[in-house]
Design a protein around this ligand. Structure first.
Ligand code: NAI
Ligand SMILES: O=C(O)C(=O)[C@H](O)COP(=O)(O)O
Length: 383
């Protein structure tokens, strides 16, 4: 940060109204103005020192030119909505929140497989993009002794490294790649018609990175063709052109959700906290004291089943992606009947997303479970 642009508190903070914990983490710094992030305008930033966003706000010259904004914080993992070269060229400090909701996304993956009734213990995995999310998934799979191949051109020395065609040959394919539009390894439409055609019957494709990594038109065509033959199963959390997603594609996928894989309560709050830390560093403010939330009483989750049936039941009691799927399909039906548009409903579902706690907040009650099953649950983060 340029020293001549150093700011003093109180600060004027403009923040996306969907950022939780704003008062807790930023209330001591000044005035917080909450705004809808999707349609934020330059005029709303005329007095702002600090801008706090999530992934739905495009932060670029058009938004920030001639505003006093000196720090931009995105309480998200993804950064494709930030024009980082422009921010840096202007000396505007910025930060995202790497890894803040990675655990939430990995739990979404296992719950999605549970919802599809797929016993992951007997499948091979292919992971595209092996950073905080893909890497955490890979570590859990290793711990579970499940074979896994990864495609990540920036991590060639990863022991599971492979090429994209081999990764697409696995039983469960998980896309956790950022949206990269240029450079040597762009990811826009990296899963195109040719790639989709190589996915084997019976496989599962889970997309939880960014929507445009898959060519959505090609995926629709592919799923339509597969209707008469045994095809692959598709679970989409992210879509091209959010929030105005293709409802014809939603109709063809096996599970759909409104970009909420990372929406655990824990993941969202971690994002807010990480941005406060980044702001402290950028403005040379003292470290913020951690709040002691006290000893947590875990919620109990029970099953009388055994083996995979028990694991599946426990996971779905904690988080059942079929609920997200049902809400999204209901919204599509309303839109088709001339009611609220899909784009509006997509954002409403995200804004009013029910509180989802990560596995670590639960305690398993199932005295009949054998050691091996308990061990597998523990690897998933459920004790
Ligand atoms: N659905 C949701 O709710 C969420 C989605 N995301 C998305 O997931 C993405 C990944 O998250 P993290 O793992 O935390 O990010 P990360 O930055 O830690 O890792 C991304 C990895 O992808 C690799 N990569 C880059 N270009 C690639 C390419 N063309 N092919 C294959 N790999 C490539 C990078 O080398 C890196 O290892 C985020 O950028 C974000 O877009 C993140 C959180 C929640
Ligand atoms: O962290 C990311 O990257 C994500 O994709 C977020 O979880 C998406 O949430 P919003 O930023 O759109 O609220």
């Amino acid at each position: 940060m340029n020293s001549d642009r150093k700011v003093e508190t109180p600060l004027n903070i403009v923040a996306d109204e969907n950022i939780p914990g704003l008062e807790t983490w930023f209330g001591d710094l000044g005035n917080i103005t909450r705004v809808p992030g999707r349609n934020l305008s330059r005029a709303q930033l005329a007095m702002a020192d600090v801008l706090l966003v999530r992934s739905v706000t495009e932060v670029n010259e058009t938004l920030l030119r001639d505003t006093p904004v000196r720090f931009v914080g995105s309480c998200t993992i993804g950064t494709d909505h930030l024009d980082i070269p422009w921010l840096e060229s202007q000396g505007i400090a910025w930060s995202a929140a790497p890894g803040c909701n990675a655990n939430s996304v990995v739990e979404y993956v296992f719950c999605t497989l549970a919802a599809l009734d797929i016993d992951w213990r007997t499948r091979s995995f292919g992971i595209v993009g092996c950073g905080n999310v893909g890497g955490l998934l890979q570590r859990r799979l290793h711990a579970l002794d499940i074979p896994c191949k990864i495609y990540d051109p920036w991590l060639a020395d990863n022991p599971d490294s492979s090429d994209l065609p081999s990764v697409l040959q696995q039983d469960v394919i998980c896309l956790h790649v950022p949206l990269v539009k240029d450079g040597p390894h762009p990811s826009h439409h990296m899963i195109d018609a040719v790639a989709l055609a190589t996915i084997k019957p019976g496989a599962v494709l889970i997309s939880a990175g960014r929507g445009a990594v898959i060519d959505n038109g090609a995926l629709l065509q592919c799923l339509e063709c597969l209707e008469q033959t045994p095809g692959f199963t598709a679970a989409l959390d992210v879509w091209e052109n959010e929030p105005d997603i293709r409802t014809d594609l939603l109709a063809k996928v096996d599970l759909g959700s409104p970009h909420i894989a990372g929406y655990s309560h824990d993941g969202k709050l971690a994002g807010t906290r990480m941005i406060r830390d980044a702001l402290n560093r950028a403005l040379e403010l003292p470290e913020t004291e951690q709040q002691d939330s006290g000893a947590e009483v875990k919620q109990r989750v029970a099953t009388e089943q055994s083996g995979f049936v028990a694991i599946r039941e426990l996971l779905l009691k904690i988080y059942d992606p079929r609920e997200d799927d049902r809400r999204l399909r209901d919204a599509a039906m309303v839109a088709a009947a001339g009611g609220e548009t899909m784009a509006k409903s997509f954002d409403t579902l995200r804004k009013h997303y029910p509180q989802r706690l990560e596995f670590s907040h639960y305690q398993v009650q199932a005295p009949q479970l054998d050691e091996a099953t308990l061990h597998q649950l523990a690897i998933l983060g459920l004790n």
